[in-house]
Design a protein around this ligand. Structure first.
Ligand SMILES: Cc1ncc(COP(=O)(O)O)c(C=O)c1O
Length: 377
């Protein structure tokens, strides 16, 4: 089945006794047992809830996985993955990544005596030369947040397999609509569903899919034990988000292409980072492994004063953290999403005080360009 159909129907028609088209919200903490030793299959909602289960199975199907899992936030999902590992384990991580993930690795995981090596994974040699006997996983974002660097996902998966370690891809920016890391050989895909999947800037959620049931069992155990699960109503909102994910992403990408072309020739803009631009260094790999370039653009303006002007003057676009929703948002990574990363690392990556990140929504691209124009000039 084509992804457009899978998104609307969640991969399988839900079997409702009432015939309801929309999956019911099972707003219940617990389930009655028919008799001792018997269960309906549902015992307690932390373990399994029908609405969450529908979201989890839909996400697994969309990502070509065996098992899916829904968590309260993207960070809760990432944290659950790292509960798979032990003290002394080492990880190779893409050096440009969401600041919250970096904070989790550095402030929480290093206390467990785990070691994180950050490298530019778009150069594969950086990965292979840093693998040691203690390395247990490679974690990448592609494209990365906020510099939009693209990594060859299949090549990373193959390096991981050769070394007997896990490969994990944060697919927040592209979602399974544009990119399927498990099909490219990754072991685990994770995303902040708060972003494109929820799509309306109104709900937090995180999703995981894996491509082998044994690994799925381990994550299921962690999910039930730690308990940072997604609530039934929020699961329903994510299911609703999935139905329109395809058309939203197409429209958002169309807008992003128009805006990146406009930014590219603007005299007050020095650099534009968008994988859809043929001048972007990851354009060719991106084209080969994804069916779209997404709707995230970062750009560097000529001075910090211009940044301040834009953030103050935007009217249609909101100055707010987060991304992926129908409303366009502009973010200042150095002070917001990436404030947890030390300045010298940000400097090296190019996350400077002139860099702005734009999440393009579904408004008219003409209005968005007009808004940027009046804010910039
Ligand atoms: C790439 C990426 N991964 C993970 C997260 C964390 O997700 P959440 O905010 O839902 O916890 C974010 C949040 O911005 C993100 O951008």
């Amino acid at each position: 089945m084509h992804i457009d159909t899978l998104l609307v129907h969640g991969g399988e028609a839900h079997k409702s006794v009432t015939g309801s088209i929309s999956m019911p919200i099972y707003q219940t903490a617990t389930f009655e047992h028919p008799e001792l030793g018997k269960s309906t299959g549902f015992d307690y909602s932390r373990t399994l809830n029908p609405t969450r289960q529908k979201l989890e199975s839909s996400y697994a199907i969309l990502e070509s996985g065996t098992d899916g899992f829904a968590f309260a936030t993207g960070m809760a999902a990432i944290a659950a993955i790292f509960d798979l590992f032990k003290s002394g384990d080492e990880f190779i991580i893409c050096d440009d990544l969401y600041g919250g993930s970096y904070r989790f690795f550095q402030e929480i995981c290093t206390n467990r005596n785990q070691k994180f090596i950050y490298v530019d994974t778009s150069n594969l040699e950086n990965i292979t030369k840093n693998i040691t006997l203690n390395t247990k996983a490679i974690f990448i974002e592609s494209p990365t947040n906020p510099m939009m660097k693209v990594t060859d996902i299949a090549a990373v998966a193959s390096i991981a397999k050769k070394n007997g370690i896990l490969s994990i891809c944060d697919n927040t920016f592209l979602t399974p609509f544009f990119q399927k890391p498990l099909d490219l050989g990754m072991d685990i895909v994770v995303c902040s569903a708060t972003k494109f999947i929820g799509g309306h800037n109104d709900t937090l959620a995180g999703l995981i899919a894996v491509n082998n049931s044994a690994l799925g069992e381990k994550i299921r155990f962690i999910q039930n034990t730690i308990g940072s699960v997604l609530a039934p109503f929020d699961s329903w909102l994510m299911l609703r988000g999935l139905k329109t994910l395809g058309i939203r992403m197409q429209r958002q990408e169309e807008n992003a292409k128009a805006i990146s072309d406009w930014l590219l020739i603007h005299k007050l803009v020095d650099k534009v980072y968008y994988p859809g631009l043929t001048s972007h260094e990851g354009h060719t790999i991106s084209k080969s492994q994804s069916s779209g370039f997404g709707a995230m653009i970062s750009f560097e303006v000529k001075s910090k004063e211009i940044v301040e002007r834009i953030l103050k003057r935007v009217k249609v676009i909101a100055f707010a953290e987060s991304l992926g929703g129908v409303e366009s948002l502009v973010t200042y990574p150095i002070a917001q999403t990436h404030a947890a990363i030390p300045k010298e690392i940000l400097d090296r990556l190019g996350v400077n005080d002139r860099l702005i990140r734009l999440s393009v929504g579904i408004e008219s691209s003409l209005d968005l360009i007009e808004d940027l124009k009046q804010a910039l000039e």
